[in-house]
Design a protein around this ligand. Structure first.
Ligand code: AHR
Length: 320
């Protein structure tokens, strides 16, 4: 039985512009839907959870999924998309590593009449008809929630170091923006260092080591654009002889299991959830588009804040 897009998007809030793309041609996968999924890589626990969600949903629905891991490189995603066109897929699911540079390849996709479902990250294009729909969290809002939580925790005063996500990626740009908007209301809070840690644990640790070397006890808080970088930072803080969660407040985004474990251990103070379980919504969109139905241009995943006060009670129910 085909699930409706609205049921899988139960926690998502659709935005008004609706478009309809029909790729009603015959699928080359013997009646099965043939779908290409261009994934960014496996840089974080969050991303692995997203990959699992899309893979398992494809299997559940009998979709023939062509999976490509771009190893964080846009050029690899572009190559994968061209190969999906050559394989005459029915739809392409794209998690774009960065916001810009997609127009030429998406024009090729459009000429081949293949609908594109963007998952988790948005893109900047002059012609929005180059993709059918975007299913993602509101990253500005996530940054704002992290910032507001920190302002409260620090009582409006303190020096913050920021571990940014991949340069040019929508979550890095928007989470920075939302956080800055929130702390602007507390002039006593300042970002004293900000650098990319590329959304990885290893880079998060490395950059935090450099921050500690340069600023030492002048740092009161760490804001990491994802949990993996925060987990790397926790290691760096401990190796510097300090107690994360006590000597320094650490707040991050994603809500992966490792972050909950670190909160229960008293090391991470707060994480803002970013739900990676996008498989059901992505394939609802693919199936609707294949049937020539309309889908919302944008569906926003609702996220929320978890801190040490709620971590213990919620850790066992976490799905990723
Ligand atoms: O686009 C979502 C972000 O990308 C997640 O926060 C991060 O963990 C991932 O790599």
């Amino acid at each position: 039985m085909q699930r409706s897009l609205s049921s899988a998007l139960a926690t998502l809030c659709g935005i008004a512009i609706v478009i309809s793309v029909c790729s009603c041609g015959k699928s080359p996968a013997g009646g099965k839907l043939l779908v290409g999924f261009s994934q960014i890589g496996a840089e974080s626990g969050w991303r692995s959870a997203e990959t699992d969600s899309i893979r398992s949903e494809a299997e559940k629905r009998g979709v023939d999924l062509k999976f490509s891991d771009a190893q964080q490189k846009q050029e690899n995603q572009i190559k994968a998309i061209r190969s999906f066109i050559a394989q005459k897929v029915d739809a392409i699911i794209l998690a774009p590593v960065v916001e810009t540079g997609w127009e030429p390849v998406l024009m090729e996709v459009q000429r081949a009449k293949i609908p594109v479902v963007l998952v988790d990250r948005g893109i900047k294009v002059s012609d929005e008809s180059l993709y059918a729909t975007l299913i993602a969290s509101d990253f500005v809002e996530e940054g704002r929630m992290a910032g507001e939580w920190l302002v409260q925790k620090l009582g409006g005063k303190g020096n913050v170091v920021e571990l940014q996500g991949t340069t040019g990626a929508a979550p890095a740009i928007d989470r920075k923006k939302g956080f800055e908007q929130a702390i602007a209301k507390a002039p006593g809070i300042k970002i004293i260092k900000s650098q990319t840690g590329d959304f990885t644990r290893a880079k998060g640790k490395e950059v935090m080591e450099a921050f500690l070397k340069a600023e030492g006890k002048n740092i009161q808080a760490v804001y990491a654009h994802n949990d993996d970088m925060a987990l790397g930072a926790l290691q760096a803080i401990e190796e510097a002889g300090l107690k994360p969660g006590q000597d320094l407040v650490v707040v991050s985004i994603d809500g992966v299991k490792g972050a909950f474990e670190a909160m229960v251990a008293g090391k991470l103070n707060c994480t803002v959830e970013c739900n990676p379980l996008l498989g059901p919504a992505a394939f609802d969109a693919v199936e609707a588009l294949h049937a020539g139905k309309s889908v919302p241009k944008k569906s926003i995943v609702q996220d929320k804040v978890f801190d040490q006060s709620t971590a213990k009670a919620t850790i066992d129910s976490r799905k990723y």
